[in-house]
Ligand binder design. Sequence first.
Ligand code: HEC
Length: 312
Amino acid sequence: MKHRTPGSVFIPLLLLVVLAAFMMIIPEDFLPETGLKGIIPNAWHQLTNVLSYWIVWIVLFLSLIMMLVVDGLNKVIERKRFSLLSPEEKAKYLKEKEQGFFSRLIKSSKERQSEEEEKEIILDHGFDGILELDNALPQWWVAMFYLGIVYCVIYIVAYFSTDFAHPNMEYEVEAARMETQFADWVKQNDINVDQATIENADVEHGKEIFGNICATCHTANGGGAAGPNLTDEYWINHLNDDLYKNIYTVVYDGSPNNPAMQAFGQTNQLTGLDIQDVAAYVYSLNQEEPLVTESEGGLAPQGDLVESWKRQ
Ligand code: HEC
């Protein structure tokens, strides 16, 4: 007679399987860390997330009750079968039982059937002298098979008829995640006029921003249209003693005299390092690129000539 798996082994194992299934099905409510180093913190977060659902506790509780019942039934069956054994078989069974579940498990993995036992389970077909034994599958294997089927059904229902893993839903979650990351990035990289430098600026990126936002009023070469010529030596606004910082301040705070030149920084239209970059590009337009004269379509100078800001 075979030994039964004790409840102290299969009950915790099955509860863990139920919990693992919930962990796979319930959507995450946190930003998972990427890569291998995320495995442990992500699993821990998902575990606490899953345990915050009352339905999980109810299912775990019901599973526990059911398994205790199964364990009780197994005990009754064991006692019944035991009473039908011969005295020698009883003694052998009790002796094996003393060994404990795990040592029996290890021992059984090394053992094979006796000739007698093999004869009983041999199938009556064969080919080329190769015969087949009708071994019973291990119970844990069968249990995994059935649990796999149950899991598939739950997964398919969740996949096709709920918003779990729905592309739109996933897109929204991803987009929200990107926005949070971007907001964090901006917070870390948001600098003020004192921290901005031409050396740290990405002038190419500034040129791109200028083309997208500023060129409508200042034209792509800086010659000016609705906004003044940025390539000449005359300036309307003197908000800072340093030319680069002056440009930065005008772009950040806007022009105090003319609302057409908006406060791109204050209104968050330009964030992070954008203003540092675009101001550096305007500075290079003014100091390095050729002057766009009136005959070339540029605007006539406006404001005052500032000696110290002249081209070097
Ligand atoms: C809607 C049109 C418009 C847009 C878009 C615009 N500007 Fe202006 N800008 C102006 C006007 C008008 C002025 C003149 C403000 C004044 O009279 O004080 C100006 C002034 C400036 C000045 C100061 C010039 C001076 O002589 O004092 C700088 C620098 C500047 N703009 C850069 C930019 C940059 C960089 C962008 C893009 C991020 C930009 N502007 C986008 C209209 C615009």
